[in-house]
Each structure stands twice: as structure tokens, then as C-alpha cells.
Design a protein around this ligand. Structure first.
Ligand SMILES: [Zn+2]
Length: 663
């Protein structure tokens, strides 16, 4: 028995549960498998469904309106080749260019975007358009369930073992599954979910059935989708397949094309031996998310340990201040630790992936560092990826640039950005047992499922422009639970009151939250006031491009300098003792707050949020800038990648640095 075959046997044997489940997905949805791998998650932290959060007014309300009114209508024009391919596969005579291997996933990501939008903004005409696509998908699907339309149209073999690294079979199916789950959740319609389950069953039979062959897709994505499908349907077999795809990696099962390194598709080292997240930034981040999902679904300590190793390697050593990863254009890869050039590659999809990875790590570990990263990525890298009018996007998100064309056309990123941004409500809240968690501060309302009751919260805030957040409890009857408010890593002082009475001292829990447990009554009001000064941030001294430089950050928003605001200059020099003014500019770039001051030559400057850079004329841009007579702090990093430069004043009286700084 060869390695591959024995691995296959071990996966099948250890997976066990659910192999014989052949009931339809419809039956499973109504009567979830009591042996479901997800049963053990009862009472643990769960995300709150998108449709149970209303983002109205504030920062996000207008943005969601833009994505609904501009982004979705604009996106249809890029679906032509996908729809032609689909019609052809469905037997409708069609001519014209068709989609290739991977871009079929764009249609699925777009359907998922619409599904989220329908959950927030019902729109029967838009729903009808999707229903017509679902009908075509059903007709295009092969009788055995295989659904990758490109392969069907080309008459190629399913899961071609000669092309697993490049065919994107699993990537496309993963996005189909995610679209189906969300379309069902938001419209109640089953047809697309049935297509997805049938396709996932075909994949299971292909790889883990009696004549199964080991293999996995070179672009991770299916793993996390399968775990979610298992959660929704109660069918454990989908987790078995996700496990197999993770376990087969790093064992030489898949042939690489050309001289592509195996790290490109996470096949360079078996999971338990993999120390860091490397290779293709998007693929590996999706892979890490799938590993974290498996840890959540199975409780397996090896998956949890691996997910934590990957999390630390990315967030402590391989992430820009804006939350981007993957600086190298060659193979779109991570670099070595601290290899974070300001003019790096930094694909938008990698940022979207990191948000999902952060959310899974929160569900797994419950620490506020995950929300800190999620917030950093969202307000900076992800928002920068999409233009302010919602109709353009950047593939790359460098921190130093000239607004050159950065593949800002319709590739993989646009529908990934839109599906991610419609889920801000899901990222904001979580609950489990009698604990409610607020990870992002967003204006609107949320219905949080709690043990024995659903508790509503009405949130009023101008965050991220203002650190004041007020919560009003919406509950028909008094309910005892703990409200956990994330104390952001950037926030050094805060106050809080309940019904006008200050809570003193205000404690930050071990996990980084303000935990407020009591019997809450309707209309109880909590006011959380986070001090939000302009901060100068310095980077770990091993990040070469940032040595001796500082960046400006206020709240979670990282700022940048753009030539168009500063007489053609972006690489300004701050004076030795900079004084910052914050100004609301409703007329500028969709309504932002700018930071103004005088540089070392006493010339006025304007800094704008990083996410709003490159939305005007061609112009130079910089995030990290010099400061006159600035001496970078080389000690007391304690594993951190970025810190408030002003913090060193406070540590000046601390004991002499020791081995803590050796890291
Ligand atoms: Zn992309």
C-alpha cells in the first residue's frame, strides 16, 4: 500500500461518522444529524447571521447603500462570459467568449454578494435574476453532481489528477457552496443549496468513495465551505472531505505545474510540521481559515495548534500596518518574517481572507487580538481595495505608490470585496451561552441569539470617527447575560457608564474585553467612551522600509499622505514635536476626517485615511513618513509588530530590557 493509499484509508477510517448518510439535504436541514461534528459547539461562541444585524446610518449604512445601488448593478457587466458558459453547459445555443477555470468563481461570489444584500435589502426583481441563474446551474450540473461549468463545457475529466494544482475545481465549488448557503439563509430558497450539496456529494464520492483517489485542489477554499455546509446541513461527511484535503497536503499527492513551488498550493510540508504560513498569500490564508474551521468543527487539538501557529506567524511577523499580507509579486507570496516592503504586492483577496481567518480565530480562542486584526484589515486594506463609489477596485494595496494601474480591473478581488463588505454585521457580533460579544462598533441594531432568549442591542456611534459608542438594550423581559465589549488594542484609556453611573475601575479582561455581567432590562444604556487621539505608530525595527519612520493612526484608521493634498509631495517630514488637528470634511472623499498640521519645514500638510488614497488623480502616496530627530525604539517589543510610538515615554522607567526583546 503506497503512502497515498494508506493516507486515504486512515482518513476514511478515522472520519467514520456520517459515511452512510445518504439522506437528502432537505431532510438533513429539517432534522440535523445528532452525531454532527457541530453538536459539540452548542453553547460556544457563534457568529450572528448577517440578516440579524442592521447597519443604518453611521459609517457603514451609507457604504452598504453604495454597494447595493452601485456595486451590484455595475458588477453584472462582468458576468457575461460566465453566463454564456452557463447557458452553453445548460444546452442553450450560445456564442461568444466563455469563462476559464477560476473566474467561474466570480459568478458564485457575486451571487453570494447579492444574497447578503437581499437579506438586508429585499429586492424581488434582483432575486428573480438570481433564480434564473440557479435554474441554469441546475441544468448545467452533470447527472453525478459535478458542477464546474468550464470543465463540463470543455469535456474534460472531473478533478483531473493531471491538473489538480491549477484547475481551481475546489475553489469554484467552494464559492458555489458559500453562495448557496447564503442564498438559502437570506431567501429561504433551497434550489441552489441542493445543487451545492449534490456537487459536494460528488466530490466526496470522488475522493473518499469506494474508488476514491487522493488529491486536493491547488487553491484552498473548499475546505472552509465544506465545514460550513456540514454546519448548515448537519452532514458530517463534508467535514471528512475537508479533513482529507488538509491531511493530504505536504505529502506529494498533487503534481505541480512547471517550476511552481509546492508552497504555492500548500503542499510543501504536512500540516503538523508546518511552522509558518507561507506560499501564495490568498491560497494559504484560505487554507489557514479551513484549518481553523476544522478545529472548530472537530475540537482536534492538532488543528487548533496549527491554526494558532499560522495566526501568530501572520499577525506578529507578516502583516502590514494596514492589514495586508503577501508582499511578493512572484508567486503572489508571503516573504520571510518582517519582509514587508511598502511598495509590495498585497492583494485585496488576501485581506478578505485574513478577515475570515480572524473571525474563525475569535470563535476558536475568544481573544480581542483577533478583533483588533479584523478591524485593522477592514478599515484599511479591505476598504482601500474598493473605490469610494463602489465601482472600481484595486488588486494591489501598496503603502507607497503613485496610483499606477494595479490590475484594477475585474479579476478575483471585486466580488470578494463586495461579499466581504456586506458581512460587516456578521463580523461585528457573536454570542454563545449567556455571553454576547461586540467586536466592531457599528451604528444600527443587532439581534443576538442567547441561551433561552434573543437580546437586541441598539447602537449609536460615529465610530471610527469618534470613540463614543452608546448601547441600548432591547429586551422584552429582564435577561441575565454578560456583554463583552472589545477594548481595542489601539485604545489606551476609556470610560464606561451604565444608566449614567460610571463603572470604576474599568477593567480589561484577560481576553481584552470589558465584560459587563448583570440582569439587563429594556432600555438600559451603556456608554463606552474610548479616547481616540492621533497616534504616531512605529514598526518593529526588523521591518526595513519603516526604520526611522512613523505612521499616523486614529482609532483603527491608518492615515496616508497623498501628493494631491500636499503640493505634489507625499514623503513629508514631521517636526520633532508634531501637533495634530483632526477635521471633519464631509465634502471630501465621501465624508472623512483629515489630520492636518505643519511639517518640519513649517509647510501645512493634510493626511487622509489610507482607504481613501488613490481615489483621485494620479498622485504619489505614502503611509510611513520621517520625523525630524526621531530615534526608533529598538527594545520592549515583546513580540508586537506595531505600537504607539508615544508608549516609550511610559516604559522609560521600566526595568532594563532583558531577553524579552530578543524575539
Ligand atoms: Zn483577488
Amino acid at each position: 500500500m503506497g503512502l497515498c493509499q494508506s493516507l486515504w484509508m486512515s482518513v476514511v477510517l478515522c472520519a467514520g461518522v456520517g459515511c452512510g448518510l445518504m439522506a437528502t439535504a432537505a431532510e438533513q436541514l429539517e432534522a440535523p444529524d445528532p452525531a454532527s461534528v457541530w453538536a459539540g459547539r452548542q453553547g460556544k461562541i457563534q457568529p450572528v447571521p448577517v440578516r440579524q444585524v442592521r447597519l443604518e446610518g453611521g459609517f457603514w449604512g451609507p457604504k452598504l447603500q453604495i454597494y447595493r445601488e452601485r456595486t451590484i448593478p455595475h458588477s453584472w457587466q462582468y458576468m457575461g462570459h460566465n453566463l454564456r458558459s452557463l447557458r452553453k453547459a445548460a444546452g442553450v445555443p450560445t456564442v461568444g467568449p466563455f469563462n476559464g477555470t477560476w473566474d467561474e468563481a466570480n459568478l458564485h461570489k457575486f451571487i453570494e454578494t447579492i444574497a447578503h444584500s437581499l437579506g438586508i435589502f429585499p429586492d424581488p426583481a434582483l432575486e428573480q435574476k438570481v433564480d434564473e441563474i440557479v435554474d441554469l446551474l441546475a441544468r448545467a450540473q452533470r447527472p453525478n453532481g459535478y458542477a464546474h461549468v468550464y470543465i463540463i463545457n470543455e469535456g474534460k475529466p472531473e478533478w483531473d489528477p493531471e491538473f489538480l494544482d491549477g484547475s481551481h475545481d475546489g475553489y469554484v465549488l467552494g464559492h458555489l457552496i458559500e453562495a448557496a448557503i447564503e442564498y438559502h439563509a437570506n431567501t429561504g430558497k433551497r434550489a441552489l443549496l441542493d445543487i451545492a450539496c449534490k456537487a459536494a456529494d460528488e466530490a466526496y464520492d470522488h475522493f473518499l468513495g469506494p474508488r476514491g483517489v487522493p488529491g486536493f485542489c491547488g487553491h484552498a477554499e473548499l475546505e472552509m465551505a465544506l465545514v460550513e455546509l456540514a454546519r448548515v446541513t448537519g452532514r458530517a461527511r463534508y467535514v471528512e472531505l475537508a479533513k482529507a484535503w488538509v491531511e493530504w497536503r505536504g505529502r506529494g499527492v498533487v503534481k505541480p505545474f512547471g517550476d511552481t513551488p509546492r508552497s504555492y498550493f500548500q503542499d510543501h510540508v504536512p500540516l503538523r510540521q508546518q511552522r509558518v504560513l507561507d506560499g501564495h498569500a490568498v491560497r494559504s490564508t484560505f487554507f489557514a481559515t479551513g484549518v481553523a474551521d476544522l478545529a472548530l468543527a472537530t475540537g482536534d487539538a492538532d488543528y487548533r495548534l496549527a491554526a494558532n501557529r499560522f495566526w501568530d506567524s501572520v499577525t506578529l511577523r507578516r502583516m502590514t500596518i494596514t492589514g495586508s499580507t503577501g508582499p511578493r509579486q512572484e508567486h503572489e507570496a508571503f516573504g520571510e518574517d518582517f519582509d514587508l516592503p511598502n511598495h509590495g504586492y498585497y492583494e485585496s483577496c488576501a485581506a478578505c481572507g485574513l478577515m475570515d481567518f480572524a473571525q474563525r480565530m475569535f470563535l476558536l480562542e475568544g481573544g480581542s487580538d483577533t478583533g483588533d486584526v479584523l478591524e485593522r484589515v477592514l478599515y484599511n486594506a479591505v476598504l482601500h481595495g474598493i473605490s469610494l463609489d463602489g465601482t472600481n477596485s484595486y488588486y494591489q494595496n501598496p503603502l507607497s505608490d503613485t496610483n499606477r494601474a494595479r490590475y484594477n480591473s475585474w479579476v478575483c478581488c471585486p466580488p470578494n470585496l463586495s461579499r466581504t463588505l456586506f458581512q460587516v454585521g456578521r463580523y461585528a457580533y457573536a454570542s454563545g451561552g449567556r455571553e454576547a460579544y461586540v467586536n466592531l462598533y457599528v451604528n444600527g441594531t443587532a439581534q443576538l441569539p442567547m441561551e433561552g432568549a434573543t437580546v437586541g442591542l441598539k447602537v449609536e456611534t460615529k465610530y471610527p470617527w469618534d470613540g463614543r459608542v452608546s448601547f441600548r438594550v432591547l429586551a422584552e423581559e429582564p435577561a441575565r447575560f454578560a456583554l463583552n465589549l472589545r477594548w481595542p488594542g489601539w485604545c489606551e484609556s476609556a470610560t464606561l457608564s451604565i444608566n449614567g453611573t460610571p463603572v470604576r475601575p474599568l477593567r480589561r479582561s484577560d481576553r481584552g474585553f470589558v465584560r459587563l455581567e448583570r440582569e439587563w432590562r429594556a432600555n438600559d444604556e451603556i456608554v463606552f467612551l474610548m479616547d481616540m487621539p492621533v497616534q504616531r505608530v512605529e514598526a518593529h525595527p526588523r521591518i526595513q522600509g519603516c526604520v526611522g519612520k512613523v505612521a499616523l493612526q486614529r482609532g483603527p484608521v491608518v492615515y496616508g499622505f497623498e501628493g494631491v493634498d500636499n503640493d505634489g509631495r507625499a514623503a513629508i517630514e514631521l517636526p520633532e514635536h508634531p501637533v495634530f488637528r483632526v477635521e471633519a470634511r464631509d465634502d471630501l472623499l465621501g465624508g472623512i476626517q483629515v489630520i492636518t498640521g505643519q511639517d518640519a519645514e513649517q509647510r501645512a500638510y493634510v493626511a487622509i485615511p489610507f482607504y481613501a488614497l488613490a481615489n483621485r488623480a494620479k498622485s504619489v502616496q505614502e503611509v510611513w513618513v520621517a520625523q525630524r530627530d526621531w530615534k526608533p525604539g529598538e527594545t520592549w517589543w515583546e513580540g508586537r509588530l506595531y505600537r504607539n510610538a508615544g508608549e516609550r515615554k511610559a516604559t522609560a522607567v521600566a526595568p532594563s530590557p532583558t531577553e524579552k526583546d530578543a524575539r
